[in-house]
Design a protein around this ligand. Structure first.
Ligand code: FE2
Length: 292
């Protein structure tokens, strides 16, 4: 007897297929962070290649920053909660990302940039997500989409929930300013009051995760059983349509991120993410010979 895989019910919940803990990592010139995607535990979640979380009020953990380094073949998305980062690239582009601001950088064929704390003390907190580009666009011209907090729409729901929409569109129609049709990303920063319930539709077939960074939350696992999510845990969501989250007694704040998988071979070499080893080798050669 053959087993026929059923199509997902369109109203099916997106259950938690896996919970992932980040691992401590040091990057740049000595920035202490937590790597949640792009680690041995969760290598990638196509099209997402990396998720770093940084949060410290000890300048020793961040002051060294990320001096000049290259990227090719994908996008880096920096979203700050607290503090400021100054960004400079080799094409003369310079800006400061402040609290609640986002920089969606398409590295494309190549960029050399630095990301340095614009502060000597206080809290620096935020995320860097790497989003892959398809083979057809890995060598595209570099580009930026930058929005400070005031230009990121906030959807306020009746129960007091607040949803900052950086990319994509909520079921109530609030649309984020970032445009990327190649991976059609959803990037929400969701704050829920204690005990409230949240639901949101995620595009069919897209890969999705939820990263909790304040409070606690309850979702369901693939067997329909409740599963608790603690701060700094990432839930990989199974296919389905609707994400449902219940906030705990202290409320909850999390990122809900989704995107269209590229289903292409991935060859990584440090700051370069291409489709083949030869292309990564070429990136190193181009960078070393000043062709970025
Ligand atoms: Fe970078």
């Amino acid at each position: 007897m053959s087993v026929i895989k059923q199509r997902n019910d369109p109203m099916e919940k997106r259950a938690v297929s896996r919970i992932v803990e980040g691992i401590p990592a040091t990057d740049g010139a000595g920035v202490e962070l937590t790597r949640v995607i792009g680690s041995p535990t969760l290598d990638m979640l196509d099209p997402f290649l990396l998720l770093d979380v940084f949060r410290s009020d000890d300048p020793d953990d961040y002051i060294a920053g990320f001096p000049s380094h290259p990227h090719r073949g994908f996008e880096t998305v920096s979203y700050l909660l607290n503090g400021r980062l100054r960004h400079k690239d080799n094409a003369g582009h310079e800006d400061v990302i402040g609290p609640g601001g986002v920089q969606w950088m398409t590295a494309g064929r190549g960029i050399v940039h630095s990301e340095m704390p614009e502060q000597e003390g206080g809290l620096l907190a935020g995320f860097q997500l790497w989003v892959n580009l398809p083979a057809s666009h890995k060598m595209t011209e570099p580009a930026y989409q930058e929005f400070d907090a005031g230009r990121i729409p906030v959807e306020r729901r009746q129960d007091g929930s607040e949803i900052r929409v950086i990319a994509g569109r909520t079921r109530q129609g609030t649309e984020g300013p970032v445009r990327q049709p190649l991976t059609d990303p959803l990037y929400l920063d969701v704050t829920l009051p204690a005990g409230s319930e949240f639901s949101e539709v995620v595009t069919d077939g897209h890969n999705a995760f939820l990263f909790l960074f304040e409070g606690d939350a309850e979702l369901v696992d693939v067997n329909g059983r409740p599963v608790a999510l603690r701060p700094d845990q990432l839930a990989v969501l199974a296919q389905g349509r609707q994400v449902e989250v219940r906030a705990g007694v202290a409320g909850a704040r999390f990122l809900l991120v989704a995107g269209r998988p590229l289903n292409e071979p991935v060859a990584r070499g440090g700051p370069f993410v291409m489709n083949t080893r030869a292309e990564v080798q070429q990136a190193f050669e181009d960078y070393n010979s000043g062709r970025f």
